[in-house]
Design a protein around this ligand. Structure first.
Ligand code: ATR
Length: 280
């Protein structure tokens, strides 16, 4: 019988995860199907327990459910998800246990590594202090990078930096406001945009322009709608290396796929599928 997988979120209609995972299942000849379900935060626990009762193979959770999930009694989060404070992958164990993981940071790490970008010992400026910044900064700090979180609301950046430091993953994390970003970037290796700047429909907004950037920098924008954000265009104009947010989406999905199935998914096919869906 077909095994069902899914993503829960709200809104969820435009999720690219079904296309990406169904392409992987099909290429591997697995009798599985992945579907998107609109679930409100207050119904999340019932929905997860229902999915478990129906023998679902696994779940992804997206906005606005990731933080809510961590607090549910039915989910046992792994230490990284617990530290990040959010769950994006749910695994149904053989003996009925429901485990929560967070593969977002790992997805960002692999997006950088697969673009041949060194993380350990690098100076990384993370723009934004929301949920995405949190999972990425936690992972990259644990991997030995120096992290500077810059955010419009300085207090949020300082608080996030403190959280990461006290989780004892790394003492090398600081937070600050957006002013002086150009000077800060001068001796940085990587800039990661986790803010919503540049995202459709505000496509002309950007955290930095070409004059703030330089050729020794890698600029990674986790925004992938539009595919080439203004920040990535500015980065190219400055001679900086660019990394697309599509890669983070694909690698976080690939990590979830491995957690559910123990099988290595066809990452290149998943990437191609997502790119085609975005260009359609
Ligand atoms: P997520 O959880 O998806 O990362 P979020 O918590 O809404 O999303 O965070 C969005 C980030 O984009 C925040 O860091 C936000 O800055 P504030 O903390 O100051 O709100 C940032 N952001 C959104 N619009 C922005 C803008 N116009 N200029 C600068 N930063 C902006």
């Amino acid at each position: 019988m077909k095994r069902v997988f899914g993503v829960f979120g709200d809104p969820i209609a435009h999720s690219l995860s079904p296309a990406m995972h169904n392409a992987a299942f099909s290429a591997l000849g697995m009798d599985c199907i992945y579907h998107a379900f609109r679930v409100k935060p207050e119904k999340l626990e019932k929905a997860i327990l229902g999915a478990a009762a129906m023998g679902f193979g696994g779940l992804n959770l997206t906005v606005p459910l990731k933080e809510v999930a961590l607090k549910l009694d039915c989910i046992k989060p792994d230490p990284l998800a617990e530290k990040i404070g959010a769950v994006n992958t749910v695994v149904f164990g053989e003996t009925g246990e429901i485990k929560g993981y967070n593969t977002d940071g790992l997805g960002a790490k692999q997006a950088l590594q697969n673009s041949a970008v060194e993380i350990e010992g690098s100076k990384i400026v993370v723009a934004g202090a929301g949920g995405a910044a949190r999972s990425i900064a936690f992972q990259l700090a644990a991997d030995g990078a120096e992290i500077i979180i810059v955010n419009r609301t300085e207090g949020r950046a300082i608080e996030l930096a403190k959280d990461i430091s006290t989780a004892a993953l790394s003492g090398n994390v600081t937070g600050r406001g957006l002013s002086g970003l150009k000077e800060l970037l001068q001796d940085a290796n990587i800039l990661i945009n986790t803010t919503t700047l540049g995202m459709h429909p505000n496509t002309e907004t950007t955290i930095a322009t070409a004059e703030d950037l330089h050729p020794d920098l890698t600029v990674f924008d986790i925004v992938y709608n539009p595919l080439e954000t203004r920040l990535l265009r500015e980065a190219k104009a400055s001679g900086a290396k660019t990394v697309s947010g599509v890669l983070m989406l694909v690698y976080q999905g690939a990590e979830a796929f491995k957690l559910w199935t123990g099988i290595e998914p066809p990452v290149e096919l998943m990437k191609k599928t997502v790119l085609e869906a975005l260009q359609a």
